[in-house]
Design a protein around this ligand. Structure first.
Ligand code: 8Y4
Length: 276
């Protein structure tokens, strides 16, 4: 079960860590562009030293109420960082975007994975991802980022997430994306209540049965705040518990803010899995 990301090969039967690198305006409210760029590269170097296999570079906040960025603004933020990390560091750059132009340019600059929380549903995204030729992560989302958390509703969340992902895989394959190049993600927190998120995590094996490697992202998310009563800065232990459970249940990639700690948690889960 190997996958090739812009020249780098990874065994997807094992679990890897993806570090989060935001280059959004809310993550850099001061300092100017050069400082922001330097801080991003510094953080990327640290995450690679800590054992990240991927760095997920994102220039658009998907938080409800976040200010929208123009395509040009997203390109200007993401591209220089993608280019520098690809050139300098031994890591797979993932581009967190729903914007076709950003997908194409980032892959041209060395990105090895397209991570789209809108599941390639924007006009031109399927074509851009297919032409880019790198693996894609297709994530489930109910609704739009702006409104997804007001009253999420499902008859059967597991069935509906599975059907959505299956449909998007079909659309991707029709557009020319190789089935072996598709990673799936249940989209924790993207139009889901705590109950929905817990059902999905408890049933992760059922999504794995769709036949694609799984990526999961629960790091610091509000579902962990709901369970523990902790604020976002105090959610590392809960994030590690969620990462460990995901790795035990067969996830191939864990998206996380705290790479060093998450790598250790994944190592423990992997050692236990491989003992049998
Ligand atoms: C605190 C910190 C609270 C972060 C919430 C958040 C995923 C993703 C995001 C995911 C994939 C986030 C880009 C949301 N989540 N991509 N991206 N899967 N594939 N929120 O779960 O981190 S951003």
């Amino acid at each position: 079960m190997e996958m090739k990301f812009a020249g780098r090969v990874l065994d997807m039967s094992r679990c890897h860590v993806m570090g989060v690198l935001n280059v959004t305006p809310d993550s850099f409210s001061d300092g100017g562009w050069f400082n922001q760029y330097s801080a991003a590269l510094f953080k990327a170097r640290q995450m690679v030293a800590d054992g990240a296999a991927f760095i997920d570079v994102g220039g658009e906040s998907t938080r409800p109420g976040a200010t929208r960025v123009s395509v040009q603004e997203e390109l200007d933020r993401v591209c220089p960082v993608v280019e520098a990390i690809s050139r300098e560091l031994d890591v797979i750059v993932s581009v967190d975007t729903s914007t076709p132009k950003v997908m194409s340019q980032a892959v041209e600059l060395g990105a090895g994975l397209v991570n789209d929380v809108r599941a390639l549903q924007r006009e031109g995204a399927l074509v851009a991802a297919a032409n880019a030729g790198v693996p894609v992560c297709i994530m489930h989302i109910q609704g739009e980022p702006e409104t997804m958390q007001d009253q999420p509703k499902y008859q059967n969340v597991l069935r509906e997430v599975g059907e959505f992902l299956t449909q998007r895989v079909r659309a991707a394959v029709r557009a020319g994306i190789e089935a072996q190049n598709i990673i799936l993600d249940p989209g924790f927190g993207f139009g889901k209540s705590l109950e929905h998120n817990l059902l999905l995590l408890a049933s992760l094996e059922r999504l794995q049965a769709l036949g694609h490697p799984l990526l999961v992202g629960m790091s610091r998310k509000s579902m962990l705040g709901d369970i523990t009563g902790r604020e976002v800065d105090e959610r590392l232990p809960a994030s590690l518990a969620a990462a460990t459970i995901s790795a035990m249940k067969g996830a191939s990639i864990i998206r996380a803010h705290d790479v060093r700690e998450t790598v250790d948690a994944v190592k423990v889960a992997t050692a236990v899995k491989e003992a049998v």
